[in-house]
Design a protein around this ligand. Sequence first.
Ligand code: ITT
Length: 192
Amino acid sequence: MKKIVFATNNKNKLCEAREILAPLDIEIISQHEAGAECEPEENGSTFAENAIIKVKAVYDIVKCPVIADDSGLCVDALDGRPGVYSARYAQKGQECRKLLNEMKDVPENKRSAYFECVIAYIDDNGVKTVSGRCNGKIGYEERGINGFGYDPIFIYGDRSLAEMTAEEKNNISHRSLALKSMAEILRKEDII
Ligand code: ITT
């Protein structure tokens, strides 16, 4: 089975990636398990730039195949914010409340938003990136207890992502679309 190190310090991302890739012949080793303790500065201006910064930083330490995920929530009424700054938008645990407050006067037809995820993969032959997107809208209150980050206020269909089971979220999420596209590329190139 192909072993790939996941360059992330976010345990929720790690858990989702393991579930999404479980049916494939890939074993995801956490950055921590691989002994690569680092938190590179994510100073890129796009998700792709930041994903590449993360895979390269961990690859320099482990010297074996690595993937990274850079992702965030882009809200149309806020000109795409918080976007690449999603992790730094508010204190941890306060992001939903802060965003709901910013959106309090925005009418229903202007509440569209999407999650974007770029997965970068690196090995001795270089770097590849793919992206995945999940379209939805911002709700009016926090709903549900599953997931993480902005899931309680991101409405897909008539439920928030935090009201879905892990399996339901993984069927439609930005992360799942990007990870599955990357797996398809790696399979076509006989890497996995
Ligand atoms: P690593 O850089 O170590 O992977 P991070 O959490 O800092 O972890 P990012 O820089 O990519 O990762 O920031 C992504 C942020 O976007 C994340 O912290 C959440 O606030 C939000 N986010 C991304 N995917 C999400 C999802 O599926 N559900 C809810 N929020 C999500």
